[in-house]
Design a binder for this molecule. Sequence first.
Ligand code: TYC
Length: 113
Amino acid sequence: MNKDLHMMSDKFDDDGDTAVITDVKPKTKRPPLYKVMLLNDDFTPMEFVVMVLERFFGKNHAQAFEIMLAVHEKGLAVVGVYNHEIAETKVAQVMDSARQNQHPLQCTMEKEE
Ligand code: TYC
Protein backbone atom coordinates (compact mmCIF):
# COMPACT_ATOMS: atom_id res chain seq x y z
CA MET A 1 0.00 0.00 0.00
CA ASN A 2 1.24 3.52 -0.79
CA LYS A 3 2.17 5.08 2.56
CA ASP A 4 1.23 8.58 1.39
CA LEU A 5 -2.40 7.58 1.39
CA HIS A 6 -2.58 7.09 5.14
CA MET A 7 0.10 9.55 6.34
CA MET A 8 -1.42 12.56 8.21
CA SER A 9 1.41 14.91 7.31
CA ASP A 10 5.17 15.13 6.91
CA LYS A 11 5.31 15.77 10.65
CA PHE A 12 4.88 12.00 11.12
CA ASP A 13 7.03 11.06 8.17
CA ASP A 14 9.94 9.02 9.42
CA ASP A 15 11.63 8.27 6.15
CA GLY A 16 14.36 10.84 6.76
CA ASP A 17 13.56 13.19 3.89
CA THR A 18 11.97 15.95 5.98
CA ALA A 19 13.18 17.96 8.97
CA VAL A 20 11.20 18.31 12.19
CA ILE A 21 11.71 21.34 14.44
CA THR A 22 12.41 20.14 17.97
CA ASP A 23 14.18 23.23 19.40
CA VAL A 24 11.15 25.34 20.30
CA LYS A 25 11.37 28.58 22.30
CA PRO A 26 9.24 28.74 25.45
CA LYS A 27 6.23 30.79 24.36
CA THR A 28 5.52 32.97 27.39
CA LYS A 29 7.19 36.39 27.27
CA ARG A 30 7.11 38.96 30.04
CA PRO A 31 5.85 42.34 28.83
CA PRO A 32 8.67 44.86 28.29
CA LEU A 33 9.36 47.29 31.12
CA TYR A 34 10.12 51.00 30.78
CA LYS A 35 12.37 53.22 32.89
CA VAL A 36 10.78 56.58 33.67
CA MET A 37 13.38 59.31 34.08
CA LEU A 38 13.42 62.90 35.32
CA LEU A 39 15.86 65.33 33.69
CA ASN A 40 17.58 68.20 35.44
CA ASP A 41 17.17 71.83 34.40
CA ASP A 42 18.22 75.14 35.91
CA PHE A 43 14.77 76.57 36.58
CA THR A 44 12.30 74.06 38.05
CA PRO A 45 12.20 74.62 41.83
CA MET A 46 13.55 71.76 43.93
CA GLU A 47 10.35 71.66 45.98
CA PHE A 48 8.26 71.21 42.83
CA VAL A 49 10.31 68.15 41.82
CA VAL A 50 9.95 66.76 45.35
CA MET A 51 6.16 67.25 45.14
CA VAL A 52 6.04 65.46 41.75
CA LEU A 53 7.94 62.48 43.15
CA GLU A 54 5.59 62.27 46.12
CA ARG A 55 2.38 62.73 44.13
CA PHE A 56 3.02 60.64 41.02
CA PHE A 57 5.67 58.14 42.09
CA GLY A 58 4.53 57.27 45.62
CA LYS A 59 7.75 58.39 47.31
CA ASN A 60 7.85 59.61 50.88
CA HIS A 61 9.37 63.05 51.49
CA ALA A 62 12.87 61.77 52.33
CA GLN A 63 12.98 59.45 49.28
CA ALA A 64 11.65 62.23 47.05
CA PHE A 65 14.26 64.71 48.28
CA GLU A 66 17.05 62.16 47.74
CA ILE A 67 15.95 61.39 44.15
CA MET A 68 15.51 65.10 43.36
CA LEU A 69 19.09 65.74 44.56
CA ALA A 70 20.40 62.82 42.46
CA VAL A 71 18.76 64.34 39.35
CA HIS A 72 20.11 67.80 40.26
CA GLU A 73 23.67 66.46 40.68
CA LYS A 74 23.86 63.81 37.94
CA GLY A 75 21.61 65.34 35.28
CA LEU A 76 18.97 62.60 35.34
CA ALA A 77 17.78 59.61 37.33
CA VAL A 78 15.41 56.70 36.90
CA VAL A 79 12.47 57.34 39.20
CA GLY A 80 10.49 54.16 38.50
CA VAL A 81 10.09 51.13 36.20
CA TYR A 82 6.63 50.23 34.85
CA ASN A 83 4.81 48.54 32.00
CA HIS A 84 4.23 50.66 28.88
CA GLU A 85 0.78 51.98 29.76
CA ILE A 86 1.66 52.96 33.32
CA ALA A 87 4.98 54.53 32.25
CA GLU A 88 3.15 56.63 29.63
CA THR A 89 0.64 57.75 32.25
CA LYS A 90 3.41 58.81 34.68
CA VAL A 91 5.22 60.78 31.96
CA ALA A 92 1.97 62.50 30.94
CA GLN A 93 1.11 63.35 34.57
CA VAL A 94 4.53 64.93 35.16
CA MET A 95 4.57 66.82 31.85
CA ASP A 96 1.02 68.13 32.36
CA SER A 97 1.79 69.27 35.91
CA ALA A 98 5.05 70.93 34.84
CA ARG A 99 3.32 72.78 31.97
CA GLN A 100 0.41 73.89 34.16
CA ASN A 101 2.93 75.36 36.60
CA GLN A 102 5.13 76.81 33.81
CA HIS A 103 8.21 74.81 34.77
CA PRO A 104 10.51 73.32 32.10
CA LEU A 105 10.81 69.99 33.92
CA GLN A 106 11.18 67.08 31.50
CA CYS A 107 10.19 63.46 32.08
CA THR A 108 10.92 60.67 29.59
CA MET A 109 10.62 56.90 29.29
CA GLU A 110 12.97 54.32 27.79
CA LYS A 111 12.58 50.59 27.21
CA GLU A 112 14.62 48.41 29.55
CA GLU A 113 17.02 46.00 27.84
N1 TYC B 1 18.25 72.07 39.17
C1 TYC B 1 17.02 72.58 39.77
C2 TYC B 1 17.34 73.74 40.67
O1 TYC B 1 18.49 73.94 41.04
C3 TYC B 1 16.30 71.49 40.59
C4 TYC B 1 15.84 70.33 39.77
C5 TYC B 1 16.01 69.04 40.22
C6 TYC B 1 15.19 70.53 38.54
C7 TYC B 1 15.56 67.93 39.51
C8 TYC B 1 14.76 69.44 37.78
O2 TYC B 1 14.49 67.08 37.55
C9 TYC B 1 14.94 68.15 38.28
N2 TYC B 1 16.33 74.51 41.04
